[in-house]
Design a protein around this ligand. Structure first.
Ligand SMILES: [Zn+2]
Length: 220
């Protein structure tokens, strides 16, 4: 179990990484982590790389009580909805990665194009049509998909990645955008070949992938 101070440090660390990797810009995106009955969320209106350790907003998942003076992200309902649906989940990263959002909004499907797609994201990544952000509509749309998937793509908006650790949610956030860039360059270059079903199955059955996946779940 992580101590509160440690969670706050990790959130500030990953907030910086997400901006550095161009997965969010300006005050966009929001991230959170959970320990027991408490969720720590990015404060509303802050740039993700400028949130001090003390500024992450603590919320009681069961009662909804918000601690401190800062207002949590407007997507709080979506974050809490995910934690209530998936008890094992410890981190929710909502980003606005430009290549991914551009491609899915143009109707391009993100499909397994390299081995890490399958290993880190799974063989299928669901896409949700545009809904108004910051409320019950987006919570419903995302929670419905998150029952079965660890990544949800939001047309004309962004991506939601979850993890059993912060690192797992971060890895998923990175690999989604990496896949979008790869697919876009493949399409521009000519006829892109995706992995076949047989190749996807082979990757799913690799023992070495189980080892790597477990490592992501163990490292915070
Ligand atoms: Zn958003």
């Amino acid at each position: 179990m992580m101590r509160e101070k440690e969670i706050r440090e990790k959130l500030s660390y990953y907030g910086k990484k997400l901006v550095e990797k161009n997965l969010v810009a300006g005050p966009g995106g929001n991230i959170s982590a959970r320990e027991g009955d408490y969720v720590f969320l990015s404060p509303s209106g802050f740039f993700l790389d400028e949130i001090g350790e003390k500024e992450w907003v603590k919320v009681n998942l069961k009662t909804g009580k918000i601690y401190g003076d800062l207002r949590p992200t407007c997507e709080i309902s979506m974050h809490l909805g995910i934690y209530l649906e998936r008890k094992e989940i410890k981190a929710v990263f909502h980003t606005h990665p430009p290549f991914t959002v551009g491609l899915i909004s143009a109707g391009v499907e993100l499909k397994p194009v390299f081995p890490d797609f399958v290993a880190v994201l799974g063989r299928k990544v669901p896409v949700v049509d545009y809904v108004v952000p910051g409320g019950e509509e987006i919570r419903k749309a995302v929670v419905k998909e998150i029952k079965k998937f660890n990544v949800v793509l939001l047309k004309n908006h962004g991506v939601v990645c979850i993890g059993e650790t912060l690192k797992e949610a971060y890895a998923r956030s990175l690999i989604v955008e990496e896949a979008a860039k790869t697919i876009l360059s493949g399409i521009i270059a000519g006829k892109l070949r995706y992995l076949t079903n047989k190749e996807v199955e082979e990757i799913e059955n690799l023992e070495v992938e189980d080892y790597r996946k477990n490592l992501l779940k163990k490292t915070e």
